[in-house]
Design a binder for this molecule. Sequence first.
Ligand SMILES: *[C@@H]1O[C@H](CO)[C@@H](O)[C@H](O)[C@H]1NC(C)=O
Ligand SMILES: *[C@@H]1O[C@H](CO)[C@@H](O)[C@H](O)[C@H]1NC(C)=O
Ligand SMILES: *[C@@H]1O[C@H](CO)[C@@H](O)[C@H](O)[C@H]1NC(C)=O
Ligand SMILES: *[C@@H]1O[C@H](CO)[C@@H](O)[C@H](O)[C@H]1NC(C)=O
Ligand SMILES: *[C@@H]1O[C@H](CO)[C@@H](O)[C@H](O)[C@H]1NC(C)=O
Ligand SMILES: *[C@@H]1O[C@H](CO)[C@@H](O)[C@H](O)[C@H]1NC(C)=O
Ligand SMILES: *[C@@H]1O[C@H](CO)[C@@H](O)[C@H](O)[C@H]1NC(C)=O
Length: 292
Amino acid sequence: MLVRQRVGWNEEVTSCFSPSVRSVINIIIILAGAIALIIGFGISGKHFITVRTFTSAGNIGEDGILSCTFEPDIKLNGIVIQWLKEGTLGLVHEFKEGKDDFSQQHEMFRGRTAVFADQVVVGNASLRLKNVQLIDAGTYTCYIRTSKGKGNANLEYKTGAFSVPEINVDYNASSESLRCEAPRWFPQPTVAWASQVDQGANFSEVSNTSFELNSENVTMKVVSVLYNVTINNTYSCMIENNIAKATGAIKVTDSEVKRRSQLQLLNSGLSPRVPSVLLIVWALLSLSTARC
Ligand SMILES: *[C@@H]1O[C@H](CO)[C@@H](O)[C@H](O)[C@H]1NC(C)=O
Ligand SMILES: *[C@@H]1O[C@H](CO)[C@@H](O)[C@H](O)[C@H]1NC(C)=O
Ligand SMILES: *[C@@H]1O[C@H](CO)[C@@H](O)[C@H](O)[C@H]1NC(C)=O
Ligand SMILES: *[C@@H]1O[C@H](CO)[C@@H](O)[C@H](O)[C@H]1NC(C)=O
Ligand SMILES: *[C@@H]1O[C@H](CO)[C@@H](O)[C@H](O)[C@H]1NC(C)=O
Ligand SMILES: *[C@@H]1O[C@H](CO)[C@@H](O)[C@H](O)[C@H]1NC(C)=O
Ligand SMILES: *[C@@H]1O[C@H](CO)[C@@H](O)[C@H](O)[C@H]1NC(C)=O
């Protein structure tokens, strides 16, 4: 009984193509696989190792990390790490024979880079970049060679400025007001207020946001004032650009002031959200096309 059911299901799945078309498709798939293997092992003469990078964002003026991992290898002297940047001649950083080699480094990165030397044997090729600048944004390649083989992966590095806002009661204003301030943002973010009591309310008519260029002429100070606030309510101020999203919240009661804040980088980290959604869509699509 069970066997017959399975056969029936298989027939239904594959009945979209006639047997001869099916065998041609099978041959194409087998050939494609064989060619991929030949290219994979033939040209390099060596195996490929897995190298992974993670999209990340740098905060202008601070130190950043470009994350890269690879299959660990205990032979440290045989490990070569090269960081390259698209459109830049020379290297961003090179580590080989157990130490840094700056002989081919581009001057733009002089004195600004380091790998975590004690982490290299465990497969951590992440690069520390000091004093991140706007022009550091771009596509980087993490290239690895070990005694097991070689591999590389690209990383999209975004740069900008982001900071956590602080909300205070603005005692200078004529009505009860809150003042939300964040010292450094770039590109110019959007600012929106929300309150726990009037959820979904639009506060754009009762607030005033201004952006003030900081002394280095790139980043800006964000100040937003919310008028006519009421006691016992929780208000939050959300600042967001294409790199980060930050929220500050305040609750003023008769006896105390409570504050909360958080900063979140967008599209970064170990599990990018968009690709996993695409993967699910892809899986559903392939399920539905299998039924024809
Ligand atoms: C690599 O090592 C550094 C320093 O210990 C750590 O901060 C970083 O998170 C590590 N990166 C990865 C991808 O494990
Ligand atoms: C209120 O005004 C005083 C004096 O004008 C000023 O020093 C202070 O920074 C102001 N406070 C706020 C929150 O704007
Ligand atoms: C709030 O209202 C303003 C106009 O009064 C509009 O421009 C803005 O898009 C609205 N914001 C939201 C989140 O609906
Ligand atoms: C605040 O409330 C007062 C009194 O209700 C009103 O006159 C004033 O226009 C309000 N201010 C804003 C910015 O809405
Ligand atoms: C908004 O703030 C700016 C700068 O603080 C000020 O010049 C302007 O008058 C304010 N506008 C309103 C409608 O309060
Ligand atoms: C910023 O711009 C102002 C006016 O354009 C200029 O005087 C100042 O030198 C600039 N500062 C820097 C750090 O470039
Ligand atoms: C705020 O809440 C406290 C405690 O819940 C209450 O005693 C007080 O009357 C409230 N104040 C206003 C203005 O609603």
